[in-house]
Each structure stands twice: as C-alpha cells, then as structure tokens.
Design a protein around this ligand. Structure first.
Ligand code: ZN
Length: 202
C-alpha cells in the first residue's frame, strides 16, 4: 500500500513552511482528517492495519482512541477487526473514559491514533484503560512520524518516544520529515515565507 500516494491524493500531505506544535519548522505537514474524509478510503487504510495486526497474531476485544484526533481511525479499525470501539477524552492533562463506556477486567484493548508522533496521547489513553483493568495488547496508527518504531519499521527509536517498548506498535508506513529549530530553518533563512501553523484550526 502506497500510503504517501493516498495522503497526497486526499490533500492530506501538505507542502509549504509549517510551524509544528513542538515549535520546530517543517516543509511538510500531515492533515490526517483529510484522508479520513472519505469513509471508503479510511476503510482501505484500517483494513491494511487489521491485516498487519492479525498477521502478528494479536487478538483484541476493543479499540480505544484518544479523542478527538484518533476517533475516526479508531472507529474504522474497530469495524475492520469486528470489535468494540470506544474513546477517551482529555481531562486535567490526563485521559478518561466517559459517556457510559466501560472496561471489563482483562479486556484486550488496542489503542489507535491517526498519527503517532511521540505517542504521548496514546500513552495517556493506555494508562486510563489500564487503570480500569484493561490490558493493552497493541498500539496502532495510520502513520508513524519516526519517533517510535513500528512493527517492521527500520528507523531508530528516539528518546522522545513515549510508547512502552514491550507492546507492539503497528502503522501502515513511516512519514519521517526533517524538522528544524526556527533559527536553523532553511526556509526561514531564505526569507521568502513565514512558518504557518496548520494544525486543527487551519
Ligand atoms: Zn522556518
């Protein structure tokens, strides 16, 4: 599966001069909401993730996503796997299960995000599920940004990766972009453009 081509076709892989949440600059930006705009395309992606998860012999009862970014990917993955779909929401810097969602002790849960960057939100979701007695059997995302290492990936894990190393992490492919501190950014040095913040508001 050519994930980059699918993202480009959906205008979900932006090229320009971007200010990332981390404060760094980059010439590329992933807007995964765009690739999930068409349910049939989203289904193709999560069917591929399901194949990878099943090939690895992982069995799950439930997919849990951190809201809001992971909800669509998590729901589609649950459909592909034919399991339950739930999500956790931010509260006071952590994640919590609301809306009557419940976890049975020992329930096997996959935490699903659209993109895993450092995996911070995914880890918080995992902690919320574990606190209720659930067992995290895998992490999954459509794409890996290169801080963590997916099953079958070839990059090195960076110190920023928050995902536990003893639980497998599945992603369809890696999107490893150069990032620059503002004072070292070649596009800033060129002086033609200013870095813009695409994010969820753009
Ligand atoms: Zn710049």
């Amino acid at each position: 599966m050519d994930l980059e081509a699918i993202y480009k076709e959906a205008n979900a892989l932006l090229e320009g001069h971007f200010l990332l949440a981390s404060g760094n600059h980059s010439s590329r930006y992933l807007q995964s909401a765009k690739v999930l705009e068409y349910p049939k395309k989203a289904a193709l992606l999560t069917d591929e993730l399901t194949r990878m998860i099943k090939d690895a012999g992982i069995e799950a009862d439930t997919v849990c996503a951190p809201a809001l970014g992971g909800v669509l990917a998590g729901y589609e993955l649950a459909r592909s796997l034919d399991v339950r779909s739930i999500f956790v929401e931010k509260k006071d810097g952590a994640m919590e299960l609301r809306r009557g969602f419940e976890i049975t002790p020992g329930e096997r849960v996959i935490i699903c995000e659209d993109i895993i960057t450092t995996g911070g939100s995914a880890l918080k979701a995992a902690k919320a599920i574990e606190a209720l007695g659930g067992k995290i059997v895998a992490f999954a995302s459509l794409a890996n940004r290169g801080f963590c290492k997916r099953v079958g990936g070839s990059n090195d894990i960076k110190p920023e990766c928050a995902l536990p190393k003893d639980i497998p992490f599945f992603a369809i492919d890696d999107f490893i972009f150069e990032m620059y501190a503002p004072q070292e950014c070649p596009m800033c040095k060129e002086g033609k453009t200013e870095a813009i913040k695409p994010g969820s508001k753009g």
